[in-house]
Design a protein around this ligand. Structure first.
Ligand code: F6P
Length: 321
């Protein structure tokens, strides 16, 4: 194997750079040229391919974002776009492809392999932690810690002013960040898109927490929750309880920043393994991280619906009792 390409696609996630760096180091060690597709699949469609040399990956292990840039590429969704992507792979002699991203990226990997593209290995890279078969996705830990730090800060003012806060985390379809940050931040209630949101029950719980002496109250809301997000939920609760509140939407703050140790380590191990898998002729799967070990998940399984871990959901539910 002489040439491998790597890309980062979809919403960026801290730790993607660590994975690129690791893949580059191990490829170099084995005499393999590593190419990078700029802006994810867009670089394949528009033939914007760069060579990743030793220098381009030095001093990036600690940086959020992706040196290759990322995008959500509509053109790649069309047969014409994929045809162009395949032509780019041929032209550059790409014999293996490493794709880092979320479920949309893994879907793209399936299409590309099915249509005669190079052997591919995926790495789970999204702050949402919503890919089947892996305990953690690259970037999740960093995002949770960013949300947690924000909750801790808000708690100071909430406590002092004796206020209720609704804090919105990212996650259009996933409550993973909200749950982890909500539990870790000692919030009173967490609401997530994966479960029904009982507005009356939440109002009752908040009223009862206040009646029993908790003057500061924290509600963590995943952006995709059926209540419509933090502003809407705050208004619904105000209408029922008459309790005033403040709202903070954390937004893209959760996507940036230096990756945590965990994200760097997982990304590095997965980046190395991806190159080794391609060298060994193993492909058609996403590499996951389960119980501190690699797992190989066929692309098709990686894009199936995910469920939140039972234990964690149960823990969150106890907040409502
Ligand atoms: O990458 C995942 C994610 O951050 C989701 O949590 C969020 O809903 C979405 O991306 C936001 O996407 P964009 O940055 O394209 O608005």
């Amino acid at each position: 194997m002489k040439t491998i390409a790597i890309l980062t696609s979809g919403g960026d996630a801290p730790g993607m750079n660590a994975a690129i760096r690791a893949a580059s180091r191990i490829a170099r060690h084995n005499g393999i040229k590593l190419l990078g597709s700029r802006h994810g699949f867009r670089g394949l469609v528009d033939a914007v391919i760069i060579e990743i040399d030793r220098e381009s990956v030095s001093n990036i292990i600690h940086r959020g974002g992706s040196i290759l840039r990322s995008s959500r590429c509509d053109k790649f969704e069309t047969p014409k776009g994929r045809e162009k992507a395949l032509a780019t792979c041929d032209r550059h002699g790409i014999e293996g492809l490493i794709l880092i991203g979320g479920d949309g990226t893994m879907r793209g990997a399936v299409d590309l392999e099915n249509e005669g593209g190079p052997p591919s290995v995926g790495l789970p890279g999204t702050i949402d932690n919503d890919i089947a078969g892996t305990d953690h996705t690259i970037g999740f830990d960093t995002a949770v810690n960013a949300a947690l730090e924000a909750i801790d800060r808000i708690r100071d003012t909430a406590e002092t002013m004796e206020r209720m806060f609704f804090i919105e985390t990212m996650g259009r379809h996933s409550g993973a960040i909200a749950l982890a940050a909500g539990i870790g931040g000692g919030s009173n209630v967490v609401v997530v898109p994966e479960t029904k949101t009982d507005i009356e029950g939440i109002a009752k719980k908040l009223q009862s927490d206040r009646d029993s002496g908790a003057q500061s109250l924290i509600v963590v809301v995943a952006e995709g929750d059926e209540s419509g997000g933090a502003y809407k939920l705050a208004e619904k609760i105000r209408k029922i309880t008459g309790m005033d509140s403040r709202v903070t939407v954390l937004g893209h703050i959760q996507r940036g920043g230096n990756p945590t140790a965990n994200d760097r380590i997982i990304a590095t191990c997965l980046g190395v393994q991806a190159v080794e898998d391609l060298m060994d002729g193993r492909h058609g799967h996403m590499l996951g991280w389960k119980c501190e070990k690699f797992v190989r998940i066929p692309f098709r399984e990686a894009v199936t619906d995910t469920a939140l871990p039972d234990e964690i959901v149960r823990h969150a539910a106890t907040m409502l009792t």
